[in-house]
Design a protein around this ligand. Sequence first.
Ligand code: SAM
Length: 275
Amino acid sequence: MTAITISDQEYKEFCRFLESQCGIVLGDSKQYLVRSRLSPLVNKYNVSSLSTLLKDVVTGRNRDMRIAAIDAMTTNETLWFRDTYPFAVLSEKILPDVATKKKPIKIWSSASSSGQEPYSIAMTVLETQQRKPGLLPNVSVTATDISTVMLDMCRAGIYDNLALGRGLSMERRRTFFEEVGDGRMKVKDNVKRLVNFRPQNLMESYALLGKFDVIFCRNVLIYFSSDMKSKVLNQMANSLNPGGYLLLGASESLTGLTDRFEMVRCNPGIIYKLK
Ligand SMILES: C[S@@+](CC[C@H](N)C(=O)[O-])C[C@H]1O[C@@H](n2cnc3c(N)ncnc32)[C@H](O)[C@@H]1O
């Protein structure tokens, strides 16, 4: 039987590695999480124990294993139109505001997970165009994530019944998806065309992504240290065009992290505008 116990020392070294690579802070007592998420890799990579796997990952001996371990430690929980208000505010306030510049509008979904967020943004854009013909110039959505497994799911755009049932109305299902069999549905091409996908670690430079009018940075900062949150938020401020908007997760805030944004109360919800 494969050993899946790890010593305190091995756990601490892995935590240091994970935080330095992707910002994720595990805290003192998440050994169970490391065990449950990394044990499948012990068999996959045919190593003798979890301790050996951790050593190979931390020392970088095996690049694939290192990437797979980071992937396995990310939390990818997501749903369609999460929290509702960000998409209503995008449609009713943000898009009409940035459209006054009469330039192509660029939106960044910066932790896209399996695609529900960027595709919800694209559907919101299409619905807004339908309601207000002629309002919006070209709109594009750039979806990024550190996880290549998640990005592959985004690109495929195919979802099972369980995923489809989380936050998607029947009307949106009918409008924006087509059946592919086994109860699964695929995002239609007119939605897909608006979205491009690329890998991006939020700890690294965003310079190559260009500038955006709106950034969704939702439900990812919660995993980072305060220091890392500040760095990410200040870098995002630098990636926004003048007057650009930032949307955080419902439980996240900028307090004590950056002074580059002003708070805009939308009732319900809070968004942030570049100062
Ligand atoms: C909980 S999901 C949030 C998905 C979506 N934004 C939402 O609100 O539903 C968090 C995502 O952040 C990604 N992530 C974690 N650390 C990251 C990093 N350093 N750089 C980029 N993405 C990261 C994970 O891979 C995961 O897909």
